[in-house]
Design a protein around this ligand. Structure first.
Ligand code: NAD
Ligand code: IPM
Ligand code: MN
Length: 340
C-alpha cells in the first residue's frame, strides 16, 4: 500500500503519529511518503499545495491527513488552499462520517441512547464551491454573496451512494436533511433526486427532516437516524454535533471518497488542528485510528479494518479515566490491541 501522509498543523502531527503506529502494526508493508504541507510551509515559502505535490498525491493508494489550520495564518488560507483544494481536485464527492456511541462510552445525552448512524455528506459542491463575491467592497453598500452550487450530477451521485449504504445496513433507513422550506431551488433538486433514486431501492425507507429539527432529534432521539444524506455545509455542522453526542470529537472519523476510484481517497479525523491543546500531548488520537479503519475498508482490507475497530471498541469499553487525555498512551494501547 502506498500511503501519502499529511500531518498538517496543531494536533495533526500528534494524532497522525499514533494512527501510523496502529496502521503499521496491522499492515507492515505500508510504503509511506510524508508531505510537509500546512502553516509552517506557508510561512516559510508561501506555498499551500504545489502542483507537483498534487501530482505526487495522485500516485498513492490513499491519503491520511491530520488537520490543517493555524491561528498565525488568516482564516481560510490553509483550509481552502490546501484541504478543500485536495478534496475538490481529487473529486472527493462522498464525505463519509459515521457516528456511533460505543459500549462503555458515556455520551452527554440523558438516558440510554443508542447512536449508530452514518452521515453521507456531499463533498465538492454546495456553499463550499467558492461561487460568489464582494460587490462595492469597503463601502457602506457592500454586498457579500456566497452561492450554493448544486448540480444534478453532483447530487445524484452522493444520493445514490447513500442509498447503496442504507440498503446494505440492517435498518435500511435514509433521511434527507435539508432546508427545503427556505432553500427553494437546491431543496427542490435534492428532494426530487432522492425521490427518483428511491425507486431503485424499494427496501430503503425514506424520511425527510429540516436541518433545524434534525438538530433537535440528534439530541433528543438520535436513534431515529440510520443514514443521513445532506449537502456539504449541513453535513459539516451535523457531524460535529453527531460527534459530540457520541462521545466527543476525539472519536469522530471521516473518509473523503472518490467513489469512482479514479483518485486516491483521503481519510482524516472530523476535528481540526485544536490549537487550544496542541503540544500538550492530550489530543485523543482515536478519531484518526478510526479513520484508518475506514481507509482499510476502502482499500479492500476488511479483516484489518475490523481488527482496528475491535481494538478501539475494547479500548473504549475498558478505558481507565487516567489514560484519556494522553495521546501516546492511547495510541500505544490501540496499536498493541490491534496487532495482538
Ligand atoms: P477543532 O476541531 O480543532 O477544535 C474544537 C474543540 O475540540 C477544541 O476545544 C479542541 O481542543 C477539541 N478537540 C479537537 N480535536 C480533539 C481531539 N482529538 N482530542 C481532544 N479534543 C479535541 O475546531 P476549531 O477550534 O474550530 O478549529 C481549529 C482550526 O482547525 C481552525 O483553523 C479550523 O479551520 C481548522 N479545522 C480543520 C479541520 C480539518 O483539517 N479537517 C477540521 C475542522 C477545523
Ligand atoms: C471539516 C472542516 C472543514 C470543512 C474546514 C476546515 C474546511 O470543518 O473537515 O469538517 O468545513 O469541511
Ligand atoms: Mn467541520
Amino acid at each position: 500500500m502506498k500511503l501519502a501522509v499529511i500531518p498538517g498543523d496543531g494536533i495533526g502531527p500528534e494524532v497522525v503519529a499514533e494512527g501510523l503506529k496502529v496502521l503499521t502494526g496491522v499492515i507492515p508493508q505500508v510504503e509511506i511518503s510524508t508531505y510537509d504541507l500546512g502553516a509552517s510551509r506557508w510561512h516559510r515559502t508561501g506555498e499551500l499545495l504545489p502542483d507537483s505535490v498534487l501530482r505526487e498525491l495522485r500516485g498513492h493508494d490513499a491519503i491520511l491527513l491530520g488537520a490543517v489550520g493555524d491561528p498565525t495564518v488568516p482564516a481560510g488560507i490553509l483550509e481552502r488552499g490546501l484541504l478543500l483544494r485536495i478534496r475538490f481536485e481529487l473529486d472527493h464527492h462522498v464525505n463519509l462520517r459515521p457516528a456511533r456511541l460505543y459500549p462503555g462510552v458515556t455520551g452527554p445525552l440523558a438516558g440510554d441512547q443508542s447512536i449508530d448512524l452514518v452521515v453521507v455528506r456531499e463533498g465538492t459542491e454546495g456553499p463550499y464551491a467558492g461561487a460568489g463575491g464582494l460587490l462595492r467592497k469597503d463601502s457602506p453598500h457592500e454586498i457579500a454573496t456566497e452561492v450554493s452550487v448544486n448540480t444534478y450530477f453532483g447530487v445524484e451521485r452522493v444520493v445514490r451512494n447513500a442509498f447503496e449504504r442504507a440498503n446494505r445496513r440492517a435498518r435500511k433507513h435514509l433521511t434527507l436533511v435539508h432546508k427545503t422550506n427556505v432553500l427553494a431551488y437546491s431543496g427542490q433538486l435534492w428532494s426530487r433526486v432522492v425521490e427518483e433514486v428511491s425507486m431503485e431501492y424499494p427496501d430503503v425507507a425514506v424520511a425527510y427532516c429540516h436541518i433545524d429539527a434534525a438538530m433537535i432529534y440528534l439530541v433528543t432521539d438520535p436513534g431515529r437516524f440510520d443514514v443521513i444524506v445532506t449537502d456539504n455545509l449541513f453535513g459539516d455542522i451535523i457531524t460535529d454535533l453527531a460527534a459530540a453526542v457520541s462521545g466527543g470529537i476525539g472519536l469522530a472519523a471521516s473518509g473523503n471518497l472518490d467513489v469512482s476510484r479514479t483518485n486516491p481517497s483521503m481519510f482524516e479525523p472530523v476535528h481540526g488542528s485544536a490549537p487550544d491543546i496542541a503540544g500538550t500531548g492530550t489530543a485523543d488520537p482515536t478519531a484518526t485510528v478510526l479513520s484508518i479503519a475506514l481507509l482499510l475498508d476502502h482499500l479492500g482490507m476488511p479483516d484489518s479494518a475490523r481488527r482496528v475497530e475491535a481494538a478501539i471498541a475494547f479500548d473504549l469499553a475498558t478505558r481507565q479515566p487516567g489514560s484519556v487525555g494522553r495521546t501516546q498512551a492511547v495510541g500505544d494501547r490501540l496499536a498493541a490491541l490491534a496487532s495482538s
